[in-house]
Design a protein around this ligand. Structure first.
Ligand code: PEP
Length: 246
């Protein structure tokens, strides 16, 4: 399975800039040793998907509701994302967990809804700075994993230490290797052979400058990229840093 480089645009880019970005990606994303995914805001998702039709670049949402339809003003469901051209959806990002008080149980229900709609979820887990300083990082991530993934899960897990997101700081390579191997063991213990096919992405201040060393860490099967995914040059530089022996 090829590594996955996923861009989380968050609440950025109006339509003109979004289309300019994906046009550049589409034109320049050649001979890559990875798959590319862009996750634009819902307002431009259908336009972005239409622009990328026929290209290998995939499109994802940044969240979905756990119900397929219903009286939920302002929410967007998994079938709606699918209908707009998405094949993936990010779930349980730390900004959703903190801004919208999303619990592991809710993330799990959303992941179930995404899978039922034919979307592949990227479920995010990761400790805060205080939790890491208290020596609780592994325990927190294990709990989040156990409760955020539904039975029969497939797709990707993103290890995103909350303190590394948008901060320019990253864990050491040894810390990332340790956490990814813990996640892999948990996935295999729970899902058996299927647990080996779930990608484990690293996310948190991935940039062109550190991508090569981060992507070479064992069990790092790609990256979830925030800030650096907003420019074609930096996003593609990260994609080109994927080791070709993966
Ligand atoms: C993210 O929001 O998922 C993220 C990893 O952001 P950044 O790359 O900007 O740290």
């Amino acid at each position: 399975m090829l590594p996955l480089i996923a861009g989380n645009w968050k609440m950025h880019l109006l339509r003109e800039d979004a289309i300019r970005l994906v046009s550049a990606l589409r034109a320049q994303a050649t001979s890559l040793a990875c798959e590319l995914l862009v996750c634009p805001p819902a307002t431009v998702l259908a336009d972005v998907a239409a622009h990328l039709a026929g290209s290998p670049i995939m499109v994802g949402g940044q969240d979905c509701h756990q119900a397929p339809f219903g009286p939920h003003t302002g929410d967007i469901s998994a079938p709606m994302l699918r209908d707009a051209g998405a094949s993936w959806v990010i779930l349980g990002h730390s900004e959703r967990r903190s801004d919208h008080h999303e619990s592991d149980a809710l993330v799990c229900a959303k992941a179930k809804a995404a899978l039922a709609a034919g979307l592949k979820p990227v479920v995010c887990v990761g400790e805060t700075q205080a939790e890491r300083e208290a020596g609780q990082a592994e325990r927190i991530v294990s709990i989040q994993l156990a409760h955020s993934l539904p039975d029969g899960f497939s797709g990707a897990v993103a290890y995103e230490p909350v303190w590394a997101i948008g901060s320019g700081r990253t864990p050491t390579e040894t810390e990332i290797a340790g956490m990814h191997s813990l996640i892999r063991e948990a996935l295999q213990a729970r899902f058996g052979a299927a647990g080996a096919t779930i990608r484990i992405l690293y996310g948190g201040s991935v940039k062109p400058e550190n991508a090569e060393s981060l992507l070479a860490i064992p069990e790092v099967s790609g990256a979830l990229v925030g800030g650096a995914s907003l420019k074609a040059e930096s996003f593609l530089a990260i994609a080109r840093a994927v080791p070709s022996n993966h």
